[in-house]
Write a protein that binds this ligand. Structure first.
Ligand SMILES: [Zn+2]
Length: 439
């Protein structure tokens, strides 16, 4: 009846579900039953509390928009994106955002990216033991120059020379790594040990180095002079430890030479303590480097990095659409390469992975990807930080579809082109690509 006022129902704030972006009269119920079914009560509570805070903030501060800010956004190169972000700052969300409009020239992007292919594994000597745990995202050219300089210095300081790998002492160690550790890069580890053995005694590789702790300090000092990072030195020690462990456990040293055996045991603990000092130093270096990167004006901002992807997405979609059209499913080499670079850029720029992850991602890992809701997750095991964790790349539905097309339609064309160079050859349907490494 007109004029009759209902005062019984309390005024409820509808809270926004951050997962489905719909407002809910009881967010906690909704999350428990629908959007966060597999999460724990404390996790749900946290989301609810955040949603409450956001809605209060919206009521308190979010209802007015500054004309000056809007004007600035509207006159920017990508006004829609700016508006969406501004709304987000006010805890307001836009749903159904289409892919950004295509602007820009694919050739430009291809050239820029092709200068930056990432580092080839084991390309330069020190990198074989240099675990890239620093996680910096953009280090292509600078890093290379840096490595080169370091190599020259290291050579001058005489810390790169090594004994012949044919020496029985090194050969047996190589077999041990190959068989017991199934270490595919065992030779690098043998070389690392060999360099230290040479530094300790250039005449012949032997276990006598355990008699001289000062020598190790010298060696680490020279490495520091050459600009080696603590992490690299730490890896040298790791290899030396393994070398000693091999002699302590897999040879007749204990019976043959008890005194040397005891010395090796003591030296092993000396290495462990040196290692822990270095690892603390390494963490500091990593933090320093990240800190420096944050304040380095010449480094692109995350937004600038993503701009590359946004600008060329239209061109990618065009090429992808060509693949749907069966009459013109053969792409030019430039188009294939463009798709390849774009997908690499997704992994590196959007998913913040190191270039070596792109290089080591295997077809098998792609095929074994897991599906979770709308996303798919690719696990990459073999990358330079493999000692610490498996990299997981969470691809959106859209990205997954692109990768799927790449693997089924673009990659076979690329591989066919590599085998039969100049002619435009199309791979017969159903033929499997041979190579299984890298994207
Ligand atoms: Zn929801």
């Amino acid at each position: 009846m007109a004029g009759e006022k209902k005062s019984a129902a309390p005024l409820r704030h509808y809270l926004l579900c951050p997962v489905c972006l719909r407002t809910q009269d009881s967010l906690s119920c909704h999350l428990r039953r629908v959007c966060m079914k597999d999460k724990t009560p404390p996790q749900i509570l946290e989301v609810v509390e955040k949603a409450k805070k956001d809605v209060c903030d919206l009521l308190k501060n979010g209802r007015a928009f500054s004309y000056a800010v809007l004007k600035q956004i509207v006159s920017s190169p990508n006004p829609l994106k700016g508006l969406i972000e501004e709304l987000k700052n006010h805890h307001l969300f836009v749903t159904g955002v289409p892919p950004p409009l295509p602007i820009g020239n694919p050739r430009l992007v291809t050239e820029t990216l092709s200068e930056c292919p990432g580092e080839a594994p084991g390309e330069t000597e020190p990198s074989d033991v240099e675990s890239c745990g620093s996680n910096e995202l953009f280090q292509c050219r600078q890093e290379k120059t840096y490595t080169k300089d370091k190599m020259v210095k290291a050579k001058d300081l005489g810390i790169l020379k090594k004994h012949s790998a044919d020496h029985p002492l090194l050969k047996r160690f190589a077999d041990y790594l190959k068989n017991d550790y199934e270490n595919a890069k065992y030779q690098q580890e043998v070389d690392t040990v060999s360099r230290y053995l040479y530094f300790a005694d250039p005449t012949e590789p032997s276990l006598k180095f355990v008699n001289d702790r000062e020598k190790l300090r010298d060696f680490l000092g020279q490495q520091a002079k050459a600009g080696y990072k603590a992490q690299t030195s730490g890896n040298y020690i790791k290899c030396l430890k393994r070398f000693l462990e091999f002699h302590l456990t897999r040879t007749g040293l204990r019976q043959d030479d008890r005194e040397l055996y005891n010395k090796c045991t003591l030296y092993l603990s000396f290495l462990t303590s040196s290692q822990s000092v270095l690892s603390k130093q390494a963490s500091k270096e990593i933090v320093q480097k990240r800190h420096a990167l944050l304040f380095d004006k010449s480094q692109p901002t995350p937004r600038e990095c993503l701009a590359v992807l946004d600008k060329s997405e239209g061109d990618l979609v065009k090429i992808m659409n060509q693949l749907d059209d069966s009459s013109s499913s053969s792409l030019s080499r430039t188009e294939c390469i463009f798709v390849l670079y774009y997908l690499e850029a997704i992994v590196i720029l959007r998913h913040c992975q190191r270039p070596c992850v792109v290089q080591n991602m295997k077809v098998k890992e792609w095929l074994e990807r897991k599906h979770a809701d709308d996303d798919s997750i690719v696990f990459v095991k073999d990358h330079k930080t493999a000692a610490h964790f498996v990299v997981s790349i969470v691809l959106s539905k859209k990205e997954e579809a692109w990768f799927e097309k790449y693997y089924t339609k673009v990659r076979p064309q690329l591989l066919a082109g590599e085998r039969k160079p100049p002619a435009k050859v199309q791979r017969p349907p159903g033929e499997q690509p041979g190579c299984t490494e890298g994207i």
